[in-house]
Design a protein around this ligand. Structure first.
Ligand SMILES: [Zn+2]
Length: 359
């Protein structure tokens, strides 16, 4: 079993929105959802804490994910939108409370420093250590729950270490997926505050214009937690070769997502069957990042496997997050050395966070 680092899971949002007890085995989660029709991913879950352990996932970035949108129409529990930033903040704090209780019960360990990461990693690497909790670096997908630059300090004190300014559509701070436009004044202010704090910027979901402006405005460390290549699967949600080169120049690591629509050109949600795409497609995206960089130092995993979809929208050979182990074999078959495979499965994220988490 190889140790993995997955830079994008929405564990708390998934648990609270889908009412899933993630401490349960995967088949229990899916059995409970038999017959539920409120969301296409019911009965199709691929992520639970026992499954992460079985799959060798030693560390993940766990998000807080709550959007503010005053025009919200939908009433489903699984909708991401909240009527105001204050409500989004409170929803985000609720997700944080979920992580804190999982930590108190010994299921996860929230990692906020390089030292804590090193200690956690050496426990995970030790033979025979089986009851090590999942290491969790707290991140935020869309910064609507940060109402003022001052609030950024409070979230930092709560353990937040990575933040992306937007998700789909317009956030308080930037323009995200499905649209294009610049950062807002508040967004520029927030990036300056992030610089002062040492917060890591996640550029995933930034629209092209906001991406350019964020890289110019922000001088700290950047990563792309779950982003694939536009050259392979055209969509502005993905990064162009030029954008990826800029990220590589900045020392970023890019996590490849295993959402089928980001791996297969022309995927139509709810229509295209998973049979059309395999995990080899994810290796194609990883390989492209490596070719652009001229080395294997910048490609990694950011699976997004619990981000509002399940096996109805994953590669056909991935039915649980534990199947991420297959990626190592796929890369080895393509001629990647053992050291390169390890870098992609965990080493690159480990190096990045050892360098950029506070000591
Ligand atoms: Zn996302």
């Amino acid at each position: 079993l190889k140790l993995l680092i997955d830079a994008h899971l929405d564990l708390a949002w998934n648990a609270l929105s889908f009412n899933r007890d993630l401490t349960q085995p995967l088949d229990t989660l899916n059995r409970i959802e038999r017959g539920m029709t409120d969301h296409p991913c019911r009965e199709c879950a691929t992520v639970s804490l026992p499954e992460l352990k079985r799959g060798g996932v030693a560390v993940c970035l766990g998000t807080v994910l709550a959007r503010s949108n005053p025009d919200i129409q939908a009433v489903e529990r699984t909708n991401l939108d909240h009527r105001s930033p204050v409500i989004a903040y409170a929803a985000g704090q609720g997700q944080l409370a979920y992580y804190k209780m999982l930590a108190r019960q010994g299921h996860v360990e929230v990692i906020g420093t390089a030292e804590a990461l090193n200690q956690h990693w050496s426990r995970c690497s030790k033979e025979g250590e089986t009851d090590v909790p999942l290491g969790l670096i707290l991140s935020m997908e869309g910064t609507d729950p940060i109402l003022t630059p001052d609030d950024a300090h409070r979230w930092w004190d709560d353990g937040l270490r990575v933040a992306g300014l937007c998700h789909y559509g317009r956030s308080t701070h930037a323009v995200g997926t499905g649209d294009n436009g610049p950062l807002t004044e508040a967004g520029i202010e927030l990036l300056h505050e992030f610089d002062r704090l040492g917060m890591i910027l996640d550029v995933t979901h930034l629209s092209d214009q906001s991406f350019d402006q964020a890289l110019e405005t922000f001088s700290g460390p950047v990563l792309a937690s779950h982003s694939n290549c536009r050259a392979l699967v055209p969509d502005e949600r993905q990064f162009s070769d030029g954008q990826l080169k800029r990220l590589i120049e900045r020392g970023a690591v890019v996590g490849t997502a295993f959402d089928a629509w980001m791996l297969h050109p022309g995927w139509e949600r709810g229509k295209t069957p998973p049979g059309v795409v395999g995990m080899k497609a994810a290796a194609d995206h990883i390989d492209r990042v490596c070719q652009l960089a001229g080395n294997t130092d910048h490609a990694a995993i950011g699976s997004d496997l619990d981000g509002g979809f399940g096996t109805e929208q994953t590669p056909h050979d991935l039915s649980t997050i534990a199947d991420l182990q297959k990626l190592g074999h796929i890369l080895a078959e393509r001629g990647y050395s053992d050291a390169d495979v390890d870098a992609i499965l965990h080493g690159n994220w480990l190096r990045f966070f050892r360098q950029y988490l506070p000591s």
